[in-house]
Design a protein around this ligand. Structure first.
Ligand code: SAH
Length: 233
């Protein structure tokens, strides 16, 4: 089922306009067909009633029950030097169920904060697209750009993915009933020895993913996906 963001809610219907209307037309959805509408943290099953050049009207059939992650997952992601990789991470993290993404500045990450601030609108758009694709009713938020030195382990469980350190196996983490997990992922060049130490001293538990060295974006997706699924099992 295709999902859309409406412009407005009427009593028992939604109005879709603008870019979203274009998407609807591209997908050749016709009156009588069913679509999902994402509105204020919920997805509504709707039937398209009418479409004209300005708007589409869809009637609400029911509010869908969606399954949400059992854990608040905060992904603290060193910003890749190739900034487009962060777009991929934003997209994947939204699909996987990450609640909050913190762009992290490290010795070997992308470091221009001003450039990052200009990307927020783009990230918002990517998040919305990923929500539609994944059928996710609630957005992922992107927090303040943070330097590694300012980082605090403010989740119930705090881990750092570190391929240089003999950390514990991710599968052995006991996260049942843990309400929040912070997971730190390094940049392409990895953390420096000092940074690895600093993170451990701050209280982030080192975890190594077996068996190989992954790209930063792969490590983020695998780590986040495992945590969310472990929390749910
Ligand atoms: N250039 C480094 C690799 C860095 S990988 C090297 O040559 O070793 C980028 C980031 O992904 C790492 O800092 C770490 O956070 C994460 N990562 C990649 N593979 C990992 C693994 N096997 N276990 C844990 N973290 C990993």
């Amino acid at each position: 089922m295709y999902n859309f963001f409406p412009l407005r809610k009427l009593k028992d219907a939604f109005l879709i306009e603008g870019e979203e209307l274009k998407h609807l037309n591209v997908r050749r959805i016709r009156p009588g067909e069913r679509i999902g509408v994402i509105w204020e943290g919920h997805i509504y099953l709707c039937e398209l009633e009418s479409v004209n050049r300005k708007e589409a009207l869809c009637r609400i059939l029911s509010k869908l029950e969606t399954e949400e992650p059992k854990v608040y997952l905060k992904l603290i992601q060193a910003v890749p030097v190739e900034l487009r990789t962060l777009d991929t991470i934003v997209q994947k993290a939204t699909e996987i169920g990450v609640k909050e993404l913190i762009p992290l500045i490290t010795e070997r990450s992308f470091r221009k904060e001003k450039v990052l601030e200009q990307k927020r609108e783009r990230w918002e758009r990517l998040i919305k697209e990923a929500m539609k694709q994944a059928g996710r009713p609630q957005p992922m938020t992107i927090g303040k750009v943070t330097h590694l030195s300012e980082l605090t382990p403010d989740c119930e469980l705090n881990i750092v993915l570190d391929n240089f350190y003999r950390g514990i196996n991710i599968g052995t983490l006991n996260i049942r009933n843990v309400k929040s997990v912070c997971i730190v992922v390094g940049p392409e060049g990895g953390f420096s020895v000092n940074e690895g130490e600093t993170l451990r001293e701050k209280g982030f538990i080192p975890v190594r993913l077996r068996p190989y060295v992954l790209r930063s974006e792969t490590a983020a997706a695998v780590g986040a996906g495992i945590i969310i699924n472990l929390a749910d099992s």
